[in-house]
Design a protein around this ligand. Sequence first.
Ligand SMILES: C[S@@+](CC[C@H](N)C(=O)[O-])C[C@H]1O[C@@H](n2cnc3c(N)ncnc32)[C@H](O)[C@@H]1O
Length: 442
Amino acid sequence: MIKKDPRRVAFDVLRDVTSQDAYANLALAKRLATAGLEGRDAGFVTELVSGTCRLMGTYDAIIEAASGRSLTTLQPAVVDLLRLGSHQALSMNVASHAAVAATVDLARATVGQRVTGIVNAVLRKVAAKDLTTWMNELARGLDETGSLAVRGHHPAWIVNAYRDVLPENEVADALAANNVPPSPTLVVRPGLCEVRELVALGARPTGYSPFGAVADGVPAHLPPVAERRAGVQDEGSQLVAWALSRVEAPEGPWLDLCAGPGGKAALLAGLARQAGEVLVANESAEHRAALVEQALSAYPEGTATVTCSDGRTPDWEPASFARVIADVPCTGLGALRRRPESRWRRRHEDLAQLGALQRDLFRSALRSAMPGGVVAYATCSPHRAETSDVVEDVLKEFPDSTLLRAADFLAEVPGCELGDYVQLWPHRHGTDAMFLALVRLG
Ligand SMILES: C[S@@+](CC[C@H](N)C(=O)[O-])C[C@H]1O[C@@H](n2cnc3c(N)ncnc32)[C@H](O)[C@@H]1O
Protein backbone atom coordinates (compact mmCIF):
# COMPACT_ATOMS: atom_id res chain seq x y z
CA MET A 1 0.00 0.00 0.00
CA ILE A 2 1.34 3.46 -0.86
CA LYS A 3 1.98 5.51 2.27
CA LYS A 4 -0.03 8.74 2.33
CA ASP A 5 1.16 12.03 3.83
CA PRO A 6 -0.05 11.96 7.49
CA ARG A 7 -1.05 15.67 7.41
CA ARG A 8 -3.05 15.07 4.24
CA VAL A 9 -4.88 12.20 5.92
CA ALA A 10 -5.64 14.41 8.94
CA PHE A 11 -6.92 17.16 6.61
CA ASP A 12 -9.24 14.72 4.81
CA VAL A 13 -10.62 13.45 8.13
CA LEU A 14 -11.21 16.96 9.42
CA ARG A 15 -13.05 17.83 6.19
CA ASP A 16 -15.26 14.74 6.77
CA VAL A 17 -15.99 16.01 10.28
CA THR A 18 -16.64 19.67 9.50
CA SER A 19 -18.35 19.39 6.11
CA GLN A 20 -20.23 16.09 6.46
CA ASP A 21 -20.85 15.88 10.21
CA ALA A 22 -18.83 12.64 10.41
CA TYR A 23 -17.79 11.35 13.84
CA ALA A 24 -14.07 12.03 14.15
CA ASN A 25 -13.18 8.59 15.53
CA LEU A 26 -15.09 6.72 12.80
CA ALA A 27 -13.79 8.92 9.96
CA LEU A 28 -10.27 8.55 11.34
CA ALA A 29 -10.48 4.76 11.51
CA LYS A 30 -11.86 4.63 7.96
CA ARG A 31 -9.18 6.87 6.44
CA LEU A 32 -6.33 5.26 8.41
CA ALA A 33 -7.40 1.83 7.15
CA THR A 34 -6.45 2.83 3.57
CA ALA A 35 -3.61 5.28 4.28
CA GLY A 36 -0.80 2.76 4.69
CA LEU A 37 0.28 4.45 7.92
CA GLU A 38 1.36 2.65 11.08
CA GLY A 39 2.99 3.29 14.45
CA ARG A 40 4.22 6.85 14.90
CA ASP A 41 2.60 8.12 11.69
CA ALA A 42 -0.82 6.75 12.62
CA GLY A 43 -0.35 8.14 16.15
CA PHE A 44 0.52 11.56 14.70
CA VAL A 45 -2.65 11.63 12.57
CA THR A 46 -4.78 10.51 15.53
CA GLU A 47 -3.40 13.22 17.82
CA LEU A 48 -3.64 15.87 15.09
CA VAL A 49 -7.29 15.10 14.32
CA SER A 50 -8.47 14.43 17.89
CA GLY A 51 -6.62 17.38 19.40
CA THR A 52 -7.77 19.77 16.67
CA CYS A 53 -11.39 18.67 17.12
CA ARG A 54 -11.21 18.88 20.91
CA LEU A 55 -9.83 22.44 20.96
CA MET A 56 -11.62 23.61 17.80
CA GLY A 57 -13.54 26.46 19.45
CA THR A 58 -10.34 27.77 21.05
CA TYR A 59 -8.41 27.61 17.78
CA ASP A 60 -11.26 29.34 15.95
CA ALA A 61 -11.14 32.22 18.42
CA ILE A 62 -7.33 32.40 18.09
CA ILE A 63 -7.50 32.37 14.28
CA GLU A 64 -10.10 35.16 14.29
CA ALA A 65 -7.99 37.23 16.69
CA ALA A 66 -4.79 36.61 14.70
CA SER A 67 -6.34 37.31 11.29
CA GLY A 68 -8.63 40.13 12.39
CA ARG A 69 -11.47 38.60 10.38
CA SER A 70 -14.44 36.33 10.96
CA LEU A 71 -14.02 32.67 9.99
CA THR A 72 -17.14 33.00 7.84
CA THR A 73 -15.12 35.18 5.42
CA LEU A 74 -12.69 32.30 4.79
CA GLN A 75 -13.17 29.22 2.61
CA PRO A 76 -14.14 26.29 4.91
CA ALA A 77 -11.18 24.17 3.71
CA VAL A 78 -8.82 27.03 4.55
CA VAL A 79 -10.32 27.26 8.04
CA ASP A 80 -9.61 23.53 8.50
CA LEU A 81 -6.01 24.02 7.32
CA LEU A 82 -5.58 26.85 9.83
CA ARG A 83 -7.07 24.73 12.63
CA LEU A 84 -4.66 21.87 11.90
CA GLY A 85 -1.71 24.27 11.67
CA SER A 86 -2.73 25.94 14.95
CA HIS A 87 -2.88 22.62 16.76
CA GLN A 88 0.59 21.65 15.54
CA ALA A 89 2.09 25.03 16.43
CA LEU A 90 0.40 25.48 19.82
CA SER A 91 -0.22 22.01 21.26
CA MET A 92 1.99 19.42 19.56
CA ASN A 93 5.66 18.74 19.67
CA VAL A 94 6.15 20.41 16.27
CA ALA A 95 8.44 23.43 15.87
CA SER A 96 6.46 26.57 14.89
CA HIS A 97 8.29 27.13 11.60
CA ALA A 98 7.75 23.47 10.65
CA ALA A 99 4.04 23.69 11.51
CA VAL A 100 3.66 26.79 9.32
CA ALA A 101 5.72 25.45 6.40
CA ALA A 102 4.01 22.03 6.40
CA THR A 103 0.55 23.63 6.48
CA VAL A 104 1.42 25.97 3.61
CA ASP A 105 2.57 22.94 1.57
CA LEU A 106 -0.67 21.16 2.47
CA ALA A 107 -2.71 24.21 1.43
CA ARG A 108 -0.96 24.23 -1.95
CA ALA A 109 -1.60 20.50 -2.45
CA THR A 110 -5.25 20.60 -1.41
CA VAL A 111 -6.89 23.99 -2.03
CA GLY A 112 -4.31 25.57 -4.36
CA GLN A 113 -1.46 28.05 -4.64
CA ARG A 114 -3.77 31.08 -4.30
CA VAL A 115 -4.47 30.43 -0.58
CA THR A 116 -0.88 29.81 0.50
CA GLY A 117 -0.33 33.51 1.23
CA ILE A 118 -3.16 33.86 3.70
CA VAL A 119 -2.42 30.51 5.35
CA ASN A 120 1.21 31.54 5.80
CA ALA A 121 0.35 35.03 7.12
CA VAL A 122 -2.31 33.91 9.63
CA LEU A 123 -0.39 30.92 10.93
CA ARG A 124 2.77 32.98 11.51
CA LYS A 125 0.70 35.29 13.73
CA VAL A 126 -0.90 32.31 15.53
CA ALA A 127 2.51 30.72 16.13
CA ALA A 128 4.02 33.97 17.43
CA LYS A 129 2.44 33.33 20.89
CA ASP A 130 2.07 30.19 22.94
CA LEU A 131 -1.31 28.68 23.86
CA THR A 132 -1.28 30.03 27.43
CA THR A 133 -0.66 33.58 26.19
CA TRP A 134 -3.48 33.26 23.68
CA MET A 135 -5.88 31.92 26.33
CA ASN A 136 -4.97 34.75 28.72
CA GLU A 137 -5.70 37.27 25.96
CA LEU A 138 -8.98 35.63 24.95
CA ALA A 139 -10.18 35.31 28.57
CA ARG A 140 -9.41 38.95 29.44
CA GLY A 141 -12.57 40.79 30.50
CA LEU A 142 -14.79 37.68 30.38
CA ASP A 143 -17.01 36.60 33.28
CA GLU A 144 -16.29 33.37 35.24
CA THR A 145 -18.16 31.11 32.78
CA GLY A 146 -16.50 32.71 29.77
CA SER A 147 -13.06 32.43 31.30
CA LEU A 148 -13.58 28.77 32.28
CA ALA A 149 -14.86 28.10 28.75
CA VAL A 150 -11.74 29.57 27.12
CA ARG A 151 -9.27 27.96 29.50
CA GLY A 152 -11.06 24.60 29.56
CA HIS A 153 -11.85 24.54 25.82
CA HIS A 154 -15.63 24.09 26.07
CA PRO A 155 -18.60 26.14 24.88
CA ALA A 156 -20.09 28.36 27.60
CA TRP A 157 -23.43 26.51 27.77
CA ILE A 158 -21.65 23.29 28.75
CA VAL A 159 -19.57 25.14 31.35
CA ASN A 160 -22.82 26.51 32.82
CA ALA A 161 -24.26 22.98 32.99
CA TYR A 162 -21.17 21.83 34.95
CA ARG A 163 -21.31 24.85 37.26
CA ASP A 164 -24.93 23.98 37.97
CA VAL A 165 -24.13 20.58 39.51
CA LEU A 166 -20.49 20.70 40.65
CA PRO A 167 -18.80 22.58 43.49
CA GLU A 168 -17.20 25.71 42.02
CA ASN A 169 -13.67 24.54 42.88
CA GLU A 170 -14.06 21.37 40.76
CA VAL A 171 -15.34 22.85 37.49
CA ALA A 172 -11.93 23.56 35.94
CA ASP A 173 -10.73 20.02 36.78
CA ALA A 174 -13.92 18.52 35.34
CA LEU A 175 -13.43 20.40 32.06
CA ALA A 176 -9.74 19.50 31.93
CA ALA A 177 -10.59 15.80 32.36
CA ASN A 178 -12.62 15.97 29.15
CA ASN A 179 -9.45 16.93 27.29
CA VAL A 180 -7.64 13.69 28.11
CA PRO A 181 -8.60 10.70 25.93
CA PRO A 182 -9.19 7.58 28.06
CA SER A 183 -7.54 4.19 27.53
CA PRO A 184 -10.03 1.55 26.35
CA THR A 185 -11.86 -0.14 29.23
CA LEU A 186 -12.85 -3.77 28.82
CA VAL A 187 -15.76 -5.57 30.43
CA VAL A 188 -16.28 -9.28 30.90
CA ARG A 189 -19.48 -11.09 30.01
CA PRO A 190 -20.26 -12.61 33.44
CA GLY A 191 -20.13 -16.39 33.36
CA LEU A 192 -18.10 -16.42 30.12
CA CYS A 193 -14.91 -14.61 31.11
CA GLU A 194 -13.25 -13.36 34.29
CA VAL A 195 -11.26 -10.20 34.91
CA ARG A 196 -8.20 -12.30 35.81
CA GLU A 197 -8.16 -13.65 32.23
CA LEU A 198 -7.92 -10.04 30.98
CA VAL A 199 -5.27 -9.23 33.60
CA ALA A 200 -3.22 -12.23 32.44
CA LEU A 201 -3.24 -10.58 29.00
CA GLY A 202 -1.78 -7.35 30.41
CA ALA A 203 -4.89 -5.37 31.42
CA ARG A 204 -5.29 -3.68 34.84
CA PRO A 205 -8.47 -4.22 36.91
CA THR A 206 -10.75 -1.17 37.07
CA GLY A 207 -10.95 0.69 40.39
CA TYR A 208 -14.63 0.09 41.16
CA SER A 209 -16.31 -2.26 38.73
CA PRO A 210 -15.63 -5.95 39.43
CA PHE A 211 -16.24 -6.66 35.74
CA GLY A 212 -13.75 -4.26 34.16
CA ALA A 213 -10.10 -3.94 33.17
CA VAL A 214 -8.16 -1.17 31.44
CA ALA A 215 -6.06 -2.20 28.48
CA ASP A 216 -3.56 -0.35 26.35
CA GLY A 217 -3.48 -1.32 22.71
CA VAL A 218 -6.18 -2.53 20.38
CA PRO A 219 -8.95 -4.38 22.30
CA ALA A 220 -10.07 -6.43 19.27
CA HIS A 221 -6.64 -8.12 19.26
CA LEU A 222 -7.37 -9.76 22.64
CA PRO A 223 -8.89 -13.26 22.25
CA PRO A 224 -11.71 -12.80 24.84
CA VAL A 225 -12.85 -9.66 22.98
CA ALA A 226 -12.54 -11.31 19.57
CA GLU A 227 -14.61 -14.24 20.93
CA ARG A 228 -17.19 -11.78 22.38
CA ARG A 229 -16.70 -13.19 25.90
CA ALA A 230 -15.57 -9.65 26.76
CA GLY A 231 -16.23 -6.27 25.21
CA VAL A 232 -15.31 -2.60 25.40
CA GLN A 233 -17.34 -0.52 27.85
CA ASP A 234 -16.65 2.50 30.00
CA GLU A 235 -16.51 1.72 33.72
CA GLY A 236 -19.34 4.19 34.42
CA SER A 237 -21.73 2.16 32.28
CA GLN A 238 -20.64 -1.03 34.05
CA LEU A 239 -21.38 0.55 37.44
CA VAL A 240 -24.85 1.66 36.41
CA ALA A 241 -25.80 -1.83 35.19
CA TRP A 242 -24.26 -3.42 38.30
CA ALA A 243 -26.21 -1.09 40.62
CA LEU A 244 -29.52 -2.13 39.03
CA SER A 245 -28.65 -5.80 39.52
CA ARG A 246 -27.91 -5.24 43.23
CA VAL A 247 -31.28 -3.79 44.26
CA GLU A 248 -33.69 -6.22 45.88
CA ALA A 249 -36.42 -7.02 43.36
CA PRO A 250 -39.07 -9.68 42.69
CA GLU A 251 -38.36 -12.70 40.50
CA GLY A 252 -39.09 -12.10 36.85
CA PRO A 253 -37.51 -11.09 33.54
CA TRP A 254 -35.29 -8.04 33.12
CA LEU A 255 -35.70 -5.37 30.42
CA ASP A 256 -33.23 -3.04 28.71
CA LEU A 257 -35.55 -0.57 26.96
CA CYS A 258 -32.94 1.27 24.84
CA ALA A 259 -30.27 -1.36 24.36
CA GLY A 260 -28.29 -0.39 21.25
CA PRO A 261 -25.41 -0.98 20.70
CA GLY A 262 -25.65 -3.46 23.55
CA GLY A 263 -22.97 -2.57 26.11
CA LYS A 264 -25.19 -2.60 29.18
CA ALA A 265 -27.37 -5.38 27.76
CA ALA A 266 -24.31 -7.63 27.45
CA LEU A 267 -23.40 -7.13 31.10
CA LEU A 268 -27.01 -7.34 32.33
CA ALA A 269 -27.64 -10.53 30.35
CA GLY A 270 -24.83 -12.31 32.20
CA LEU A 271 -25.97 -10.98 35.57
CA ALA A 272 -29.59 -11.97 34.86
CA ARG A 273 -28.47 -15.44 33.81
CA GLN A 274 -26.53 -15.85 37.05
CA ALA A 275 -29.73 -14.83 38.91
CA GLY A 276 -31.76 -17.40 36.93
CA GLU A 277 -33.61 -14.75 34.92
CA VAL A 278 -33.72 -13.74 31.25
CA LEU A 279 -33.14 -10.34 29.65
CA VAL A 280 -35.21 -8.68 26.96
CA ALA A 281 -33.04 -6.17 25.10
CA ASN A 282 -35.10 -3.72 23.06
CA GLU A 283 -33.84 -1.17 20.54
CA SER A 284 -35.77 0.97 18.04
CA ALA A 285 -33.13 1.23 15.30
CA GLU A 286 -32.75 -1.96 13.26
CA HIS A 287 -29.01 -1.61 12.62
CA ARG A 288 -28.41 -0.99 16.32
CA ALA A 289 -30.59 -3.98 17.30
CA ALA A 290 -28.24 -6.04 15.11
CA LEU A 291 -25.31 -4.72 17.17
CA VAL A 292 -27.11 -5.82 20.34
CA GLU A 293 -27.48 -9.35 18.87
CA GLN A 294 -23.75 -9.30 18.15
CA ALA A 295 -22.85 -8.12 21.67
CA LEU A 296 -24.93 -10.97 23.17
CA SER A 297 -23.84 -13.62 20.70
CA ALA A 298 -21.45 -15.54 22.98
CA TYR A 299 -24.15 -16.32 25.54
CA PRO A 300 -26.01 -19.65 25.32
CA GLU A 301 -29.40 -19.53 23.64
CA GLY A 302 -32.19 -18.45 25.96
CA THR A 303 -30.03 -15.95 27.89
CA ALA A 304 -31.56 -12.92 26.20
CA THR A 305 -34.08 -11.93 23.53
CA VAL A 306 -33.52 -8.93 21.28
CA THR A 307 -36.60 -6.99 20.15
CA CYS A 308 -36.76 -4.06 17.75
CA SER A 309 -39.54 -1.65 18.66
CA ASP A 310 -40.25 1.91 19.74
CA GLY A 311 -39.77 1.75 23.49
CA ARG A 312 -42.49 4.37 23.95
CA THR A 313 -45.17 2.05 22.55
CA PRO A 314 -43.90 -1.47 23.23
CA ASP A 315 -45.60 -4.77 22.43
CA TRP A 316 -45.27 -6.32 25.87
CA GLU A 317 -47.93 -6.09 28.59
CA PRO A 318 -47.49 -3.42 31.27
CA ALA A 319 -45.99 -4.57 34.60
CA SER A 320 -44.10 -7.46 32.95
CA PHE A 321 -40.55 -6.95 34.24
CA ALA A 322 -38.82 -7.18 37.61
CA ARG A 323 -35.88 -4.92 36.63
CA VAL A 324 -35.89 -2.33 33.88
CA ILE A 325 -33.24 0.04 32.60
CA ALA A 326 -33.99 3.07 30.43
CA ASP A 327 -30.56 4.22 29.23
CA VAL A 328 -32.01 7.03 27.17
CA PRO A 329 -30.65 8.84 24.09
CA CYS A 330 -28.92 12.03 25.26
CA THR A 331 -26.48 14.79 24.31
CA GLY A 332 -23.55 12.58 25.32
CA LEU A 333 -22.07 15.44 27.38
CA GLY A 334 -20.83 12.76 29.78
CA ALA A 335 -18.62 11.16 27.14
CA LEU A 336 -16.80 14.21 25.77
CA ARG A 337 -13.43 12.55 26.52
CA ARG A 338 -14.02 9.99 23.79
CA ARG A 339 -15.93 12.16 21.26
CA PRO A 340 -13.60 15.04 20.52
CA GLU A 341 -15.84 17.00 18.13
CA SER A 342 -19.06 16.52 20.07
CA ARG A 343 -18.82 19.53 22.42
CA TRP A 344 -18.74 21.96 19.48
CA ARG A 345 -21.44 20.18 17.50
CA ARG A 346 -24.07 19.80 20.19
CA ARG A 347 -26.37 22.79 20.79
CA HIS A 348 -28.25 23.89 23.88
CA GLU A 349 -31.42 23.60 21.75
CA ASP A 350 -30.88 19.80 21.47
CA LEU A 351 -31.93 19.47 25.10
CA ALA A 352 -35.59 20.33 24.51
CA GLN A 353 -36.10 17.74 21.76
CA LEU A 354 -34.27 15.03 23.70
CA GLY A 355 -36.12 15.92 26.91
CA ALA A 356 -39.50 14.93 25.47
CA LEU A 357 -38.16 11.56 24.27
CA GLN A 358 -36.35 10.95 27.57
CA ARG A 359 -39.55 11.59 29.53
CA ASP A 360 -41.60 9.29 27.27
CA LEU A 361 -39.07 6.47 27.55
CA PHE A 362 -38.82 6.80 31.33
CA ARG A 363 -42.64 6.71 31.60
CA SER A 364 -42.69 3.58 29.47
CA ALA A 365 -39.97 1.98 31.62
CA LEU A 366 -42.02 2.66 34.76
CA ARG A 367 -45.15 1.20 33.16
CA SER A 368 -43.17 -1.91 32.15
CA ALA A 369 -42.10 -2.72 35.72
CA MET A 370 -44.16 -5.02 37.96
CA PRO A 371 -45.25 -3.99 41.48
CA GLY A 372 -42.15 -4.06 43.69
CA GLY A 373 -39.96 -3.96 40.59
CA VAL A 374 -37.04 -1.58 40.08
CA VAL A 375 -36.40 0.90 37.28
CA ALA A 376 -33.05 2.51 36.50
CA TYR A 377 -33.06 5.80 34.60
CA ALA A 378 -29.56 6.25 33.19
CA THR A 379 -28.00 8.78 30.89
CA CYS A 380 -24.50 9.66 29.80
CA SER A 381 -24.83 13.33 30.66
CA PRO A 382 -24.53 15.43 33.80
CA HIS A 383 -26.89 18.13 32.43
CA ARG A 384 -29.76 18.68 34.85
CA ALA A 385 -32.22 18.98 31.95
CA GLU A 386 -31.46 15.35 31.02
CA THR A 387 -31.09 13.99 34.54
CA SER A 388 -32.91 15.12 37.68
CA ASP A 389 -35.39 17.37 35.81
CA VAL A 390 -36.62 14.36 33.81
CA VAL A 391 -36.86 12.09 36.85
CA GLU A 392 -38.65 14.64 39.01
CA ASP A 393 -41.17 15.59 36.28
CA VAL A 394 -42.10 12.01 35.44
CA LEU A 395 -42.27 10.66 39.00
CA LYS A 396 -45.02 13.19 39.78
CA GLU A 397 -47.19 11.05 37.47
CA PHE A 398 -46.33 7.85 39.41
CA PRO A 399 -47.37 8.56 43.01
CA ASP A 400 -46.84 4.89 43.99
CA SER A 401 -43.15 4.99 43.10
CA THR A 402 -40.27 5.54 45.52
CA LEU A 403 -36.96 7.09 44.60
CA LEU A 404 -34.18 4.94 46.09
CA ARG A 405 -30.81 6.29 47.27
CA ALA A 406 -28.86 5.10 44.25
CA ALA A 407 -25.46 5.62 45.90
CA ASP A 408 -26.36 2.92 48.47
CA PHE A 409 -25.99 0.40 45.63
CA LEU A 410 -22.53 1.71 44.68
CA ALA A 411 -21.14 2.02 48.18
CA GLU A 412 -17.60 1.29 46.90
CA VAL A 413 -17.57 4.47 44.79
CA PRO A 414 -16.71 7.56 46.84
CA GLY A 415 -18.16 10.92 45.87
CA CYS A 416 -20.77 9.53 43.47
CA GLU A 417 -23.78 10.81 45.40
CA LEU A 418 -25.87 13.71 44.08
CA GLY A 419 -28.83 13.83 46.44
CA ASP A 420 -30.74 10.59 45.83
CA TYR A 421 -28.98 10.15 42.50
CA VAL A 422 -25.60 8.87 41.37
CA GLN A 423 -23.50 11.17 39.22
CA LEU A 424 -20.13 9.82 38.11
CA TRP A 425 -17.38 12.13 36.83
CA PRO A 426 -14.21 11.71 34.76
CA HIS A 427 -12.20 13.93 37.13
CA ARG A 428 -13.41 12.13 40.28
CA HIS A 429 -13.85 8.54 39.15
CA GLY A 430 -12.01 8.23 35.83
CA THR A 431 -15.32 7.20 34.23
CA ASP A 432 -17.69 8.89 31.82
CA ALA A 433 -20.13 11.27 33.55
CA MET A 434 -23.00 8.75 33.85
CA PHE A 435 -26.14 9.64 35.78
CA LEU A 436 -28.33 7.06 37.55
CA ALA A 437 -31.68 7.21 39.34
CA LEU A 438 -33.23 4.07 40.85
CA VAL A 439 -36.97 3.87 41.43
CA ARG A 440 -39.10 1.18 43.04
CA LEU A 441 -42.66 0.72 41.86
CA GLY A 442 -45.26 0.53 44.64
C1 LIG B 1 -27.71 5.85 25.13
S1 LIG B 1 -28.06 4.72 23.88
C2 LIG B 1 -28.13 3.22 24.79
C3 LIG B 1 -26.79 2.63 25.07
C4 LIG B 1 -26.88 1.18 25.49
N1 LIG B 1 -27.72 1.01 26.66
C5 LIG B 1 -25.51 0.59 25.77
O1 LIG B 1 -25.10 0.54 26.94
O2 LIG B 1 -24.85 0.16 24.82
C6 LIG B 1 -29.72 5.00 23.54
C7 LIG B 1 -30.34 4.06 22.51
O3 LIG B 1 -31.73 4.31 22.47
C8 LIG B 1 -32.18 4.08 21.15
N2 LIG B 1 -33.49 4.71 21.02
C9 LIG B 1 -33.80 5.96 20.57
N3 LIG B 1 -35.13 6.13 20.58
C10 LIG B 1 -35.68 4.98 21.03
C11 LIG B 1 -37.00 4.54 21.23
N4 LIG B 1 -38.04 5.34 20.99
N5 LIG B 1 -37.19 3.30 21.69
C12 LIG B 1 -36.15 2.47 21.95
N6 LIG B 1 -34.87 2.83 21.76
C13 LIG B 1 -34.63 4.08 21.32
C14 LIG B 1 -31.08 4.69 20.32
O4 LIG B 1 -31.12 4.17 19.00
C15 LIG B 1 -29.84 4.27 21.09
O5 LIG B 1 -29.34 3.06 20.58
